[in-house]
Design a protein around this ligand. Structure first.
Ligand code: FAD
Length: 227
């Protein structure tokens, strides 16, 4: 009989073990499965802390529904009905002038419409006008191995990237936008640009189709990001 050892009981180890168990069952195989976890609790970076009336996630607090491998796993685990969507869609960036709202209709700080761009409290009028070039400037040279920062800046302008997009994306990836490639972060943005002629228009269309497909339950929550 074979013995398979999974080291680490974070989401990676737990899902590996889950799929190994499924495989063992499917093949009606004799296989010992062992999980080794160094700490006292499973979950790794994912942990929920309850303090008085507050519930706090110390690590991951959201999933990206656009990613095609997450939804089937949630379905299998019968967790789909427990997914909670952010009903307010409201996030803030803390600036020198205090908290400034990121326009609701935006993702990772990227506005999805002219209205969302116009509503921004983070970017000047000049910065907004500059960002409009996304709608009429075609992509002639960027490929997925190029820098994400340079790609976004070329179409959405320096100010929007610096004040509204970089604080969000750099927080998620813990890195400098200009040193991250498009391929390792948002490869689909280049596809949207090429297919729809505009990053903002493309992402809006895709988001609309995802939201139309989703069965939604709502909670009220606010996300604050530091800038
Ligand atoms: C603050 C924060 C917010 C985040 N927000 C999000 C989010 O909203 N959405 C999202 O998708 N991702 C988010 N992430 C990233 C996500 O949480 C991690 O990518 C993911 O949880 C990593 O899972 P993992 O199993 O690979 O590693 P880990 O969660 O680090 O698990 C590794 C496990 O292995 C154990 N281990 C390590 N070494 C040994 C050893 N030698 N022997 C035995 N056990 C060992 C550890 O104790 C740990 O339990 C966030 C991360 C952080 C820190």
């Amino acid at each position: 009989m074979t013995t398979t050892v999974v080291i680490g009981g974070g989401i990676t180890g737990l899902s590996t073990l889950y799929y190994l168990q499924k495989e063992r069952k499917r093949q009606a195989q004799q296989m010992n499965l062992i999980l080794i976890e160094a700490s006292e609790a499973l979950g790794g970076k994912i942990r929920t802390v309850h303090e008085g009336d507050f519930i706090m996630e110390t690590g991951a607090d959201s999933i990206v529904s656009r990613k095609s491998n997450v939804a089937p796993l949630l379905d299998e685990l019968q967790l789909t009905s427990r997914v909670v969507y952010n009903a307010t869609g409201t996030s803030f960036i803390y600036t020198d002038q205090g908290l400034k709202k990121i326009p609701e209709e935006s993702v990772f700080g990227i506005p999805l419409s002219m209205q969302a761009l116009a509503e921004s409290e983070l970017v000047s009028a000049e910065g907004k006008v500059e960002a409009l070039k996304d709608y009429y400037t075609p992509n002639k040279s960027f490929t997925k191995t190029d820098s994400l920062g340079h790609f976004l800046e070329a179409f959405l302008g320096k100010e929007l990237v610096a004040k509204q997009i970089a604080p969000v994306i750099s927080g998620v990836y813990s890195g400098d936008l200009y040193e991250l490639t498009i391929a390792s972060t948002f490869p689909f943005l280049l596809d949207y640009k090429d297919q729809y002629g505009s990053i903002m228009r493309g992402w809006r269309r895709i988001k609309q189709s995802i939201w139309e497909r989703a069965t939604k339950s709502f909670c009220r929550s606010i996300t604050v990001r530091l800038f």
